[in-house]
Design a protein around this ligand. Structure first.
Ligand SMILES: Nc1nc2c(ncn2[C@@H]2O[C@H](COP(=O)(O)OP(=O)(O)OP(=O)(O)O)[C@@H](O)[C@H]2O)c(=O)[nH]1
Length: 528
């Protein structure tokens, strides 16, 4: 009877307690999420809100939510996080915890927290001179701060560390520079496998979204597949690619490509170049030649975030050798340490302009030092969340959803629309990482939540159009619920762990509900 067990994740709170099928329930979302009578993430340029209530969405977030408290308890037992900057976040938390119970920051009581901060930064692979300067700056301010009414010493220290982190990463966001007369030329360089080819196409899409016409030049003649890769990616993002094969020199390709771009009157030209396993003279000379031909506005070094402080050293070397304008940090999504993000500006003097946070073409963003600091300190990144939400959901859709929720007309079609919109924002781990307080959810728990979501989607997919529009049809008919469960191929054996226990708990709740005069359910399946 997995069918009913699974179905219950959707229906339990929406169907009358007299339903004949035993309907186990998922745990209710805990207080970390606001509760209201209906459930949705809604966004508009002016606002973003989450309301949770009687819907699938509440169930999904409920799963994640209930897990986050479990995770919190695990955290206390010292289990380290694996998500972006997770390791650093955990390390810094140890420092604040040492100040719990203190009245004021003193020279004596900050010794241990400062040691923790130093250790956390070194473990994050931040370069030693940077760590030294950082710790010194934080200690000086901490001792000089004095008592601020209503602010605990641990909160004071978090604020000081936050400000210093923002400074360390360059303070302001460093925008791309565009040439006064078309085309703006962007030259990409970097070692092998760091993500240059992918970044070329991502950058073209990023600029296209800003209304700029782009052209890509395939200049990696040493890895023949790189040209094909760029042509495919160019097609994917709808940007023309200039390729001249592998038999001519990159500088000549650059010259021809630039000519073509001028003919096409494009706004921006982006040139992908070959990577090497290590920096060698021939590679640098070739790049210098390409740079001379292109006279680019931006020369961006693509570096892999996972290489930590080595990335900062590379930026320095490339800057000395060929002169660069900034860096693009890729694979930040898999970086639990953060050493590269924290070291590049301070070590090389060159800013990180953009970051790659996933393999999809949309996963390239400006580098915001303040938002990064927020992520590092476990405060989420609400602004990026809102921007992503705005990107994937049309304002009208958001308003329509909101009004449906308000009038309790949110149906299964709306639920699908909403979850698919959230999926377009990126992987669930990424979306969750941007929400304050959710940074502690581990990858395993996210995978489980994703599984639950897929399960719900598969059930909705086998519903008839009428059932999707009128959830009450299912509420009133055990036969329909059974069919939906069977058609979506669920069996009791496939039930996720804990279902049996939830089932027992739900039965006892239902017995209670049968005997007490509780008001009927609202939201999905509600009768107006
Ligand atoms: N997770 C993740 N993967 C990325 C990111 N950027 C690039 N990748 C992946 O990294 C791998 C290498 O990317 P490429 O673009 O081929 O790297 P490249 O620097 O052009 O490689 P060479 O031409 O060999 O020098 C690919 O599998 C990309 O999908 C990112 O931000 N996050």
């Amino acid at each position: 009877m997995e069918s009913s067990a699974q179905f219950s994740t959707v229906a339990s709170r929406h169907f009358p307690p007299s339903s004949s099928l035993p309907i186990p329930k998922l745990p209710l979302p805990n207080s970390r999420f606001p509760k209201s009578s209906s459930s949705s993430w809604t966004c508009s340029p002016q606002s973003l809100s989450f309301s949770s209530g009687n819907s699938f969405t509440r169930e999904v977030w409920g799963v994640i939510n209930s897990k986050s408290s479990v995770i919190h308890r695990r955290e206390m037992r010292g289990i380290v996080r694996a998500e972006m900057f997770g390791q650093l976040t955990s390390g810094l938390e140890a420092a604040w915890n040492k100040l719990k119970g203190e009245e004021v920051l003193t020279k004596e009581n900050i010794v241990e927290p400062m040691r923790d901060i130093r250790r956390a930064l070194l473990e994050a692979d931040v370069s030693l001179p940077v760590v030294r300067r950082f710790v010194q700056a934080v200690s000086d301010q901490a001792v000089g701060t004095g008592l601020i009414r209503g602010v605990r010493p641990d909160q004071q220290l978090v604020k000081i560390v936050n400000d210093e982190l923002v400074k360390l990463m360059g303070g302001e966001v460093s925008e791309l520079v565009f040439a006064k007369s078309k085309p703006t030329v962007i030259l990409l360089a970097g070692l092998q496998g760091v993500g240059k080819t992918t970044v070329s196409a991502k950058l073209a899409l990023y600029l296209k979204k800003q209304g700029k016409s782009c052209m890509l030049i395939a200049g990696d003649i040493y890895r023949p597949a790189a040209i094909d890769q760029l042509v495919i990616l160019g097609e994917q993002v709808g940007v023309p690619v200039y390729a001249a094969g592998t038999a001519i020199k990159p500088a000549e390709i650059a010259r021809q490509g630039l000519q073509e771009a001028r003919k096409k009157n494009v706004d921006v030209v982006i040139m992908d170049t070959a990577g090497r396993l290590q920096i060698d003279k021939a590679m640098m000379d070739e790049l210098k030649e390409v740079k001379r031909v292109l006279n680019p506005t931006e020369v961006l070094l693509v570096v892999d975030a996972m290489t930590g402080q080595e990335a900062a050293a590379l930026v320095t070397t490339f800057n000395v050798e060929i002169g660069i304008t900034g860096a693009i940090l890729t694979k930040l999504d898999g970086d639990s340490r953060g050493g590269a993000a924290l070291s590049v500006k301070e070590v090389s003097g060159k800013p990180i302009k953009l970051v790659g946070r996933g393999e999809r073409m949309e996963d390239l963003e400006p580098f915001y030092p303040d938002r990064m600091a927020g992520r590092i300190l476990g405060m989420g990144d609400v602004l990026s969340f809102v921007e992503k939400a705005q990107e994937v959901m049309a304002q009208e859709d958001a308003e329509e959803l909101q009004s449906k929720i308000m009038s309790a007309k949110f149906d299964f079609n709306d639920f699908l629309k909403q979850t698919r919109a959230v999926a377009r924002m990126g992987s669930m781990s990424r979306v969750i990482g941007m929400i304050p307080g959710m940074g502690k959810v581990t990858p395993a728990q996210i995978r489980e939540a994703e599984k639950s979501l897929k399960l719900m989607e598969s059930m909705i997919e086998v519903m008839t159009p009428e059932e999707r529009e009128k959830p009450e049809l299912l509420a009133e008919s055990p036969a329909r619920r059974k069919r939906v469960a069977q058609d979506s191929g669920k069996t009791e054996q496939q039930a996720p762990p804990g279902t049996a226990r939830r089932k027992r708990r739900s039965e006892s709740r239902r017995q209670f509900a049968d005997t007490s005069a509780r008001p009927g359910p609202r939201g999905f399946g509600a009768k107006d």
